[in-house]
Ligand binder design. Structure first.
Ligand code: SF4
Length: 407
C-alpha cells in the first residue's frame, strides 16, 4: 500500500464486514496494512455491520457473533486498541444521520454508475439486491469516512469508485453549504489583493479546470497561489476551493490509499475464498493448516520429482513470499528450478515459517475466547471515543445545513 504523499497527521478510516471468520488472505492483504498504519497514524477501524446488511439483510442472525469473532481476530493478529480506535458502526448512530443527510444531495446517477453496483447484482443473483440500501451503499461508506474527516482510506482497486463517490459528495456538500457570507467576503478580499490581472488569469484557469477536470490546471493554480505573497493562507485556501468548484472545507476529501490484493491464493491456486472451499482460516489449527499446505496445488508442469519447477507458476511460492525468510526463499528458488528439492520438502519448510507466525496468533485467540468481556470492553470504549469525534463533525454539518440544535 502506498502512503507516499499522505500527511503524517492524516486520520485513517477503514472497516470490515462481519461476514464470517477471516482467512490468511485477509490477514496478509488487509490486517498487516492496518498494523503498519496504526504505528504512524491516528486510525479508526470499524466493524461494518450495517454494510453487511446491504447484501445479507435476509439473514442477519449471525451478525452479532460475527462482530465479536472478527474483532477477536483483529486483536489476535496485533491490531492494537491502545493505538487505534476499534468500534462497531451501528454503535455510533451518527453514521446513520450523516448517511441520511448526504443522501439528500447525492444524485442517483452517481450511484447507478458505480461499476460494482451492476456487477454485484449479477454475481449475487441468489439475493434480491434491488434495494434502496444496496444502491445507497456508497453513500453509507461516504458517511463512514467523512464523519471522521479521514485523510486516507485504504481501498482495493474494486473500491476506488466508491471512494470517488465519497470525494464527490464531500465536494458537493462543501460547495452547497460552505459558501456563506463570510466565505464570499473572504473571496472578494482575496481577488482584490491579487490584483485584477492575476485574478482574471486565475478565474480563466479555474473555469477550464471545471470544464475539463485536467489536474495540471489545478496544479498550476495551487502553485500560483502558493507563490503569491499578497495572499494570506486563508485567502489561498478559499481561492483554491473556489477554483475546484467547492466551498469552505467542512468535509475534507479523503485520499485513496491503494492496497494491492492479497498475494495468497487458495489451496487450489484460485483466488482464496470461502465459497471456493480453498481458504486457510486464521482459526484453523496446526493439524488443519499442515494438511491444507501439504495437499496444496503446485506448479502444474512439475509432474515428477525429477522435473524442474518454476516458483512463479506455483501457489506455494506465494506463501513463501509472505512467510519465509530470504534464506529459505533462495533455497526454494534454486532447489525448485534444479529439481534439487521435492515439493513436500518445500512445503515442510514453508510450514516452519507459517507455524512460527501463527502459533502466537492462536495463543492470543485462545486467551480472548476465554475472556469475551475484554473484547466487549474494547468495542464499548472504542465506540465511545469514535462517537466523540463523530458528534463534532455532525455538529458542524448540522450547523452548515441550518439544523443546529439547542445545547
Ligand atoms: S518445489 Fe516448491 S515452489 Fe517448486 S513447484 Fe514444488 S512446491 Fe512449488
Amino acid at each position: 500500500m502506498s502512503t507516499a504523499g499522505l500527511n503524517p497527521h492524516s486520520r485513517i478510516v477503514s472497516g470490515m464486514r462481519p461476514t464470517g471468520h477471516l482467512h490468511l488472505g485477509h490477514w496478509e492483504g488487509v490486517l498487516k496494512n492496518w498494523i503498519e498504519l496504526q504505528k504512524h497514524h491516528e486510525c479508526y477501524f470499524f466493524v461494518a455491520d450495517w454494510h453487511a446488511l446491504t447484501t445479507h439483510y435476509q439473514d442477519s442472525r449471525g451478525l452479532e457473533a460475527n462482530t465479536f469473532d472478527l474483532v477477536m481476530e483483529w486483536l489476535a493478529v496485533g491490531v492494537d486498541p491502545d493505538r487505534a480506535t476499534l468500534f462497531v458502526q451501528s454503535w455510533v448512530p451518527e453514521h446513520a444521520e450523516l448517511h441520511l443527510l448526504l443522501s439528500m444531495l447525492t444524485p442517483l446517477g452517481w450511484l447507478e454508475r458505480v461499476p460494482t453496483y451492476k456487477e454485484q447484482q449479477q454475481e449475487l443473483k441468489d439475493r434480491e439486491l434491488d434495494t434502496y440500501g444496496f444502491l445507497g451503499y456508497p453513500v453509507l461508506m461516504s458517511a463512514d469516512v467523512l464523519l471522521y474527516r479521514a485523510g486516507g482510506v485504504p481501498v482495493g482497486q474494486d473500491q476506488v469508485a466508491h471512494l470517488e463517490v465519497a470525494r464527490e459528495i464531500a465536494r458537493r456538500f462543501n460547495f452547497l453549504y460552505g459558501r456563506g457570507e463570510a466565505f464570499d467576503a473572504l473571496l472578494r478580499s482575496a481577488h482584490e489583493h491579487m490584483g485584477s490581472k492575476q485574478s482574471h488569469r486565475l478565474i480563466g484557469w479555474a473555469k477550464q479546470y471545471r470544464e475539463s477536470g485536467a489536474s495540471e490546471l489545478l496544479n498550476r493554480i495551487a502553485h500560483t497561489l502558493a507563490e503569491d505573497s499578497r495572499l494570506d493562507p486563508e485567502e489561498r485556501a478559499a481561492l483554491f476551493a473556489e477554483a475546484r468548484g467547492s466551498g469552505r472545507e467542512i468535509l475534507p476529501e479523503p485520499e485513496a490509499l491503494l492496497t494491492r490484493a492479497s498475494r495468497l491464493p487458495g489451496t487450489d491456486g484460485r483466488k482464496m475464498s470461502k465459497s471456493y472451499d480453498n481458504a486457510i482460516a486464521l482459526r484453523d489449527d496446526r493439524d488443519v493448516v499442515t494438511r491444507k499446505i501439504r495437499t496444496m496445488a503446485t506448479d502444474p508442469a512439475r509432474v515428477r520429482r525429477s522435473d524442474p519447477g518454476e516458483p512463479d507458476r506455483c501457489p506455494v511460492w506465494k506463501y513463501h513470499e509472505a512467510f519465509s525468510t530470504e534464506e529459505t526463499r533462495q533455497w526454494v528458488e534454486t532447489g525448485c528450478r534444479t529439481a534439487g528439492i521435492g515439493c513436500l520438502d518445500c512445503k515442510n519448510r514453508l510450514l516452519e515459517g507459517m507455524l512460527h507466525e501463527l502459533e502466537p496468533v492462536w495463543g492470543r485467540l485462545h486467551r480472548l475466547q476465554a475472556d469475551p468481556d475484554a473484547v466487549r470492553e474494547v468495542l464499548a470504549s472504542g465506540s465511545e471515543r469514535a462517537r466523540i469525534k463523530a458528534r463534532e463533525t455532525l455538529g458542524e454539518v448540522r450547523n452548515a445545513l441550518g439544523l443546529a440544535r439547542p445545547t
